[in-house]
Each structure stands twice: as structure tokens, then as C-alpha cells.
Write a protein that binds this ligand. Structure first.
Ligand code: FES
Length: 116
């Protein structure tokens, strides 16, 4: 079955408890940078743009977690975000969430944005 080019990766390509970055090709002019966090069979997607000043969260590829592995972290000024809802809980943008990107995992474990 065609996924319309939305396929991001297989669930197992995101180590459990970590996140990976992707360019989401929505068929427009430019792909949208997103990140996908995995916990077991669950995935959480967000735009890869810090609500503080809009820069990508990571400086090194796929390094989105704080040292403790408990939160997503912005490399620029250290803001911490809950993985479950993207809310900033520490740093210069406290109370401002990452923009969610709804995702689906199909029966074969393929991770895709919901609804394109
Ligand atoms: S740019 Fe992310 S905390 Fe400042």
C-alpha cells in the first residue's frame, strides 16, 4: 500500500527513549523539520523549532535529549520540554510548547505523519 511519500522511518529505527530528526516532505516547497520521540510503541512528533527564537533544538544530529534522558532539550539555551506534550518546563520559554505533529504507526511499524 502506498504511503504517499510520508514514510519517516520504521519504529525500530528510533532507539527507545530517544528522538530523531526528520525533514517532513509535505509536498510543498520546503520540507518541514520535525522530531520524533519514541517510548516503546508510542511516538510523539513535534516541529523542530524552539518556541524561544525558532531555531532547531539540536546542534548535533539526533541529539534531542537532556543528559538524564528525561526531557527534550534545546541546545541553544537549554530549555527543557516534556516528551508527552512538548511543554517547556524549564528555560527561557517556560509555558510555551513545541508545536505537535500528529503521527501514526501502521501495522508494520512504519512511522508517518497523520493525514499527511
Ligand atoms: S533557542 Fe531554545 S532555549 Fe533559546
Amino acid at each position: 500500500m502506498s504511503d504517499g511519500g510520508r514514510f519517516l522511518c520504521h519504529l525500530t529505527e528510533i532507539p527507545d527513549g530517544t528522538a530523531r530528526g526528520f525533514d517532513w516532505d509535505r509536498g510543498g516547497e520546503r520540507p518541514v523539520p520535525i522530531l520524533v520521540f519514541r517510548r516503546g510503541g508510542q511516538v510523539y512528533g513535534y516541529r523542530n523549532a524552539c518556541p524561544h527564537i525558532g531555531v532547531p533544538l539540536e546542534m548535533d544530529p539526533d541529539r534531542f535529549m537532556n543528559r538524564e534522558g528525561t526531557h527534550l532539550q534545546c541546545s541553544t539555551h537549554g530549555a527543557l520540554f516534556r516528551v508527552d506534550d512538548g511543554m517547556c518546563v524549564e528555560g527561557p520559554c517556560v509555558g510555551r510548547p513545541l508545536r505537535p505533529v500528529p503521527l501514526v504507526v501502521d501495522g508494520e511499524g512504519r512511522v508517518m505523519p497523520a493525514g499527511g
